[in-house]
Ligand binder design. Structure first.
Ligand code: NAP
Length: 470
């Protein structure tokens, strides 16, 4: 894949980059390793000041950074501005909370026959971050802010279609005060990931991307015995029960499916509706989806911009076509527009059955699958009937049913009567083919820390009765 900025609204190639040579990659890893040792001599407070400076820069440069993202991957300008603000918030959150998250945790010294014992959280070293284009700033920031605050350094291999946003991120942290090499963008294709992750100086990797990329990185990491966090795809269920507020559910369903032009891992993708309210919900939902305005992402009246790539649009249209060819019904949308730009209309498809691509695959665009369930049990069966397990939503006013959904939905998160989203305060990640490990909160920060046990005794041999060694 060439490394280039191509405007999805026009299909025009605006800027291309030569990939880095192996020598340049090795030099960048060396700088990341040196910077790691340099960060070792800094305090959390110092790193916190740099992180706050990064937040200040993000806020000051919000509009031009947002324009850059819209130009590179087609999200609406309004959504891009909100993404920049969210990144600044995460920087401030980790600057404020890292001291608490990284503080030593005292253990029960008497129980472990020590004079004192505690758990310390120390950084690992340079971490490779392989990132996707769909939230080109936020996906990186939710790794970078906690990792840098912990004292790790970052090597970013961003998606090949967002090189300018990737370079902006390197500059951002350097201008904020982090040492040279603390955060480096590697302009490379995915074929270089093996070389980078095999380097002994690189201690771990995090990937946000497709299942295919996840399997590949997990194999390399397995061979090299390196820690990984994988944030992969999803096909989130959005279950609507009879007690739900249907107007609210239809409104949120529309946003949950079409935010970011339908290209979000945690977008609701499968709408599973109890038969008692199926027709009413379907009518409201299709009406709202049809009413969305598709067009120029820089126009403030636009709800849905173009998809990020022509191949992405071809893929979702092929998934819709496959469903239609096999007997599904299109309630709205479903036509591929002609003309410039990789636009696709908000689409609702129902009468889906096992065997159709939409039943089992992630649909990465503004296309909703609508499913009918005769009971709570059937809704859960459909909801959990995929290989994914990232986010999930349930709409019900019944408190007992809310608790059942919280237990029964097999996913990394359950949002009741609201849309799945991410917050720096809450862990984020999936189960099954949606990956493993967590980002955000203290849990995310500690994924790339050595959780070190420190035991200090009186110096006598053995450490007393009951001690044994493995
Ligand atoms: P992708 O093709 O996997 O690309 C993501 C990143 O991985 C890019 O930097 C890409 O580089 C790299 N990559 C691709 N194949 C690779 C391989 N075999 N080995 C190593 N690196 C590889 O994913 P995408 O289609 O751009 O992004 C959409 C996917 O990401 C969806 O499945 C979505 O659900 C998922 N996603 C998950 C989360 C989450 O938090 N769970 C969040 C956002 C997106 P190139 O660009 O150079 O190919």
């Amino acid at each position: 894949m060439s490394i280039a900025t191509t405007n999805p609204a026009t299909g025009q190639v605006l800027k291309t980059y030569d990939p880095m040579s192996d020598e340049q990659i090795d030099a960048a890893i060396e700088r990341a390793d040196l910077a790691f040792h340099q960060l070792h001599g800094t305090t959390i407070a110092e790193r916190g000041r740099w992180m706050i400076a990064a937040a200040d820069l993000l806020e000051a440069e919000r509009d031009e950074t947002a324009r850059l993202m819209t130009t590179e991957m087609g999200k609406t300008y309004a959504a891009a501005k909100a993404e920049v603000t969210k990144c600044a918030t995460a920087c401030r959150f980790y600057a404020a909370n890292a001291p608490k998250m990284l503080a030593d945790e005292p253990a029960d010294a008497a129980a472990v026959k020590a004079k004192r014992a505690y758990v310390r959280h120390q950084p690992l070293g340079p971490v490779l971050a392989v990132m996707p284009w769909n939230f080109p700033l936020w996906q990186v920031m939710r790794f970078a802010a906690p990792a840098l605050m912990a004292g790790n350094t970052g090597l970013l291999k961003h998606a090949s279609n967002v090189p300018q946003t990737a370079l902006y991120l390197e500059e951002l942290f350097r201008r904020a005060g982090f040492p040279e090499g603390a955060f480096t963008t590697l302009l490379v294709g995915s074929e270089k990931v093996d070389r980078i992750l095999s380097d002994p100086r690189v201690r771990a990797a995090t990937l946000t991307g497709s299942e295919r990329a996840g399997r590949s990185i997990a194999q390399i990491a397995g061979r090299e015995l390196k820690k990984t966090v994988l944030e992969l795809g999803g096909s989130d269920p959005f279950v609507v029960m009879p007690s739900a507020d249907l107007d609210k559910a239809a409104e949120v369903a529309t946003t949950a499916r079409c935010q970011n032009n339908g290209q979000s891992c945690i977008a609701a993708k499968r709408f599973i509706v109890h038969t008692d309210v199926f027709d009413a919900f379907a009518e409201k939902f299709a009406a709202r989806m049809s009413a969305l305005r598709v067009g120029d992402p820089m126009d403030e009246n636009t709800d849905v911009g173009p998809l990020a790539s022509e191949s992405g649009r071809d893929e979702i249209h092929a998934q819709v076509q496959d469903a239609v060819d096999n007997g599904a019904t299109v309630l709205c949308g479903g036509e591929k527009p002609s003309g410039d730009g990789w636009y696709y209309p908000p689409t609702v498809v129902t009468d889906l059955r096992p065997g159709m691509r939409m039943w089992s695959e992630e649909v990465f665009g503004p296309v909703a699958g609508l499913y009918r369930a005769d009971s709570y049990e059937e809704a859960i069966e459909i909801a959990n009937g995929t290989n994914f397990g990232l986010g999930s939503n349930a709409w019900t006013e019944d408190p007992a049913e809310q608790e059942r959904f919280a237990v029964d939905l097999d996913a990394g998160n359950v949002f009741i009567n609201g849309m799945t989203t991410s917050y720096p305060e809450l862990p984020f990640g999936g189960v099954r083919n949606s990956g493993y490990g967590r980002e955000l909160s203290a849990v995310g920060m500690r994924e790339f820390c050595n959780t070190k046990t420190v035991w200090v005794g009186e110096g006598e041999a053995g450490a007393g009765a009951g001690a044994h060694s493995e």
